[in-house]
Design a protein around this ligand. Structure first.
Ligand code: UT7
Length: 334
């Protein structure tokens, strides 16, 4: 029986034009450019001044449609990973479908924080692999500035806003596309990275607002320790599982949370820094958008080749973590 695999056949992204530099943050909290750059690798991040997560997602999808001449009316499923939906409901995926006139598509959101794109990619691939669908749009989008306390130096330096997407279609050659993935979650991590209020546990009230419970809380040290281990372990697992050595991998696409976590993962995988996609310096941590944003930017700059082995890896709130192996399908062969 022949296998149907899901191939990434198009990519797109949107980053808002407003730049928030480390120097501007120096004016808001007790921090400095040198500390932020050396501890995180971040120099600046983007801020969506007007509009919501769906508006960034729409612009990312339009970017993809223009670059790859995609007829969006043919999209059948929209899966959007985010922790900053426009509203609790309806799902942001459905709003994006409406704004783009995708009459045929149904959709839903996935909440897996920084691993959201990997969860959404794996889920979207199942619709293709099962033969149920031929065009699945997978979006990672987060307006982190909406849930950041810009008087908290522990978190406000880290995050930014962005959206990016990929289109999944059946691969013409079954040796291409999403070849493997490993996903994990452990709710014991919930206490270290979360937003306390707004949900059914602590519905919005004057008290929750006064106590600043509608912002991100992070115990950075704990998350850092587990992220280094989690991302490196799962990336190594996917490589071993598929008999790959560092030299066999053309690109590592890590979630962009901290340059030190990225470097530790690359080192464990035996992958040289020159083969690691890094744009954390420009955008900070854009949560669900980091991985597709890298893919879209690297494709736009002509650095991706058909047939290359690419490992995607992420770690985030939950905890959630995972890695995926993709044989790149777009463009000309290396
Ligand atoms: O994407 C979701 C997953 N999230 C992550 O992966 C983030 C993981 N965590 C991290 O990236 C790091 O833990 C941080 C970047 C958040 C913090 O870096 P760190 O090296 O763990 O610093 P720290 O929290 O141990 O703080 C070191 C010192 C402290 O001062 P003392 O106690 O040594 O005097 C902090 O108070 O740095 C201080 N500090 C700051 N100084 C200047 C903390 N934040 C800042 C700041 N500017 N923004």
């Amino acid at each position: 029986m022949s296998v149907t695999r899901a191939a990434i056949t198009a990519v797109g992204h949107y980053t808002p034009p407003k730049v928030l530099s480390n120097f501007e943050l120096e004016k808001l909290v007790d921090t400095n450019d040198e500390w932020i750059r050396t501890r995180t690798g971040i120099s600046e991040r983007r801020i969506m001044e007007h509009g919501a997560t769906s508006d960034m997602a729409v612009l990312a999808v339009k970017n993809m449609a223009e670059r790859f001449k995609i007829d969006l009316s043919e999209v059948e499923v929209v899966i959007l990973a985010t922790v900053t939906p426009d509203m609790f409901f309806p799902a942001t995926a459905v709003l994006v479908g409406h704004k783009l006139g995708m009459k045929k598509a149904w959709g839903f959101d996935i909440s897996a924080a920084c691993s959201g794109f990997l969860y959404a990619l794996a889920t979207g691939a199942k619709f293709i692999e099962s033969g149920a669908n031929k065009k699945v749009l997978v979006i990672g989008a987060d307006k982190m500035s909406a849930i950041i306390d810009y008087s908290d130096r522990n978190t406000c330096i880290l995050f930014g806003d962005a959206a990016a997407c990929v289109l999944l279609e059946p691969s013409e050659d079954p040796t291409y596309g999403l070849l493997d993935h490993r996903l994990y979650s452990d709710g014991a991590g919930g206490e270290f990275l979360h937003m306390k209020a707004g949900g059914s546990l602590n519905p919005a009230s004057h008290e929750t607002v006064d106590k600043k419970m509608h912002y991100i809380f992070q115990d950075g040290k704990n998350v850092f320790r587990l992220a280094v281990k989690g991302m490196a372990d799962v990336s190594a697992e996917v490589m071993e599982q598929n008999g790959l050595k560092g030299d066999d991998v053309a690109w590592l696409v890590p979630h962009q949370a901290n340059l030190r976590i990225i470097d530790a993962t690359a080192e464990r995988m035996g992958i040289d820094r020159s083969k690691v996609m890094i744009n954390i310096d420009k955008y900070g941590n854009t949560t669900a958008a980091t991985i597709p944003l890298c893919l879209s930017e690297w494709h736009a700059s002509g650095q991706l080749r058909r047939g290359q082995n690419i490992v995607l890896a992420a770690f985030g709130a939950g905890y959630t973590w995972g890695a995926a192996l993709v044989k790149w399908s777009i463009g000309t062969k290396a």
